[in-house]
Design a binder for this molecule. Structure first.
Ligand SMILES: [Zn+2]
Length: 76
């Protein structure tokens, strides 16, 4: 697959990826995705995102409390 942003060849990777769907942030673990080594763009394979969307719809996830560092860029 080629990167939609910079046309670089993407590299298959596995691990964690975050998804923002409907204003909610989901963390997906142990998933395969493709990452652009040039700009860092991450893309899920269509069949995998379809499965993930189904899981979200059927609420097949666990709600976990994780600490997310939040930064304020107002005065940068
Ligand atoms: Zn790219």
């Amino acid at each position: 697959m080629k990167c939609a942003a910079c046309k670089h060849d993407m590299v298959k990777k596995g691990g964690e990826i975050d998804l923002r769907i409907g204003g909610k942030l989901y963390l997906v673990r142990n998933v395969f995705y493709e990452e652009c080594p040039s700009c860092g763009e991450k893309v899920l394979l269509p069949e995998i995102s379809e499965i993930l969307f189904k899981k979200i719809k059927n609420k097949e996830f666990v709600e976990q409390m994780i600490n997310v560092p939040v930064l304020d860029g107002t005065y940068c």
